[in-house]
Design a protein around this ligand. Sequence first.
Ligand code: LRH
Ligand code: MN
Length: 432
Amino acid sequence: MSATAPPLSRDLIDSLNAQNLAALQDEYHSLGRVLERRGCAIDAIKQRLLSFSLAQPSWGTGVGGTRFARFPLAGEPTHFNEKLEDCAVVQQLSRITPRVSPHFPWDKIGDARAMLERATSLGLRFDAVNSNTFQDAPRQALSYRHGSLAHTDAAVRAQAIEHNIECIRMGEALGSKAITVWIGDGTNFPGQQSLSSSLDRYLESAAQIYAALPPGWSMLLEHKLYEPAFYSTVISDWGSSMLAAQQLGPQARCLIDLGHHAPNVNIEQIVARLHRFGKLGGFHFNDSKYGDDDLDSGSINPHQLFLVFNELVEAELRSPADFDPAYMIDQSHNVTDPIESLLSSADAIAGAYARALLVDRAALTEYQQGNDVMMAFQTLRRAYNVDVTPIVAMARYERGGAIDTIAAYRQSGWRPRKARERRATSSGAGIV
Ligand code: LRH
Ligand code: MN
């Protein structure tokens, strides 16, 4: 296997870490003493973080936009190779993002073997592939204007099914083990489509994609309340998604995108329910204030992210055997440098997991059994109130990453250098 050639100089990271190490060790050991008084070994938490990892969205390395506008960033990636380079920078600094989730046809991979070698040389692997039947690709025969897998026209459904099967084949060549199927199919007007027949058509199409899954592969169904359809969406909630996954079979599971729910929905309870029924397939981590805002994870509602991981820690304790949800980031970086947002988000997600690991589960169960409401709540809040930054940073440092990722990234001059090397991208509107 060819040696990996990380994009940033090792010396840069080492010299910056040398400046930060003493402070980190001091903070780590003093937090260790606090946690020890609570009967919790800080090294045990760090150990769990050392096996925690996330996938980066290839589409998150470029600047995102809205329907109103997209404001390009000089030096942003212009094709898949450059997206992988930027993912490698995030991985080299964070050390918890070793996988990339590609999106087809946005990512033109050409020769899959060459792309796999390229990714491997950058220290990256591929996670779930994403199909796209929510846009019309250039030279596409039939339009998805009125839907795709649930379209009334069998020829359009066949085209969408074929695309998903192509994505699986490309994924196989890249070493992926899952396909994420999100469709925007739905209606803007009452009466526009039969709410029942459209689901029947979706299930019939999804069954054909399911039949093409290689052994050991997962088909992750991603529900979404609305957008691009604004009256009804075929797979609009976890219930529809779970029932569809149950009907499809054991390789079909449900993916929770944190931004795909109505405001104030109890997403952590959805996590518990999907796990209870063996259909918790994975996550698209992000944050939102209003709709599917695709903001940085933990930037708006870090407590919700903590509560989601609290359910994940409990789920793993309840049945470790079938607990392997895919952890992926899905964000749109409209006003920040995408690399900085991915670094900040990876840190927030690891922090939420570390806090959830600090919950005194024995005490919690006792207070819950005894209906000591306040102490049950306080047990969770006590863990949430811990600043776990030293644990997350120490785990990252021990994996060879940067103690201060954003400072290291800025010190590297990566973006200005890429702005000189890479061609400018066009402005315009739209998600990517
Ligand atoms: C839909 C979605 C889906 C992706 C797209 C980029 O809102 O979350 O996961 O395909 O964003
Ligand atoms: Mn998503």
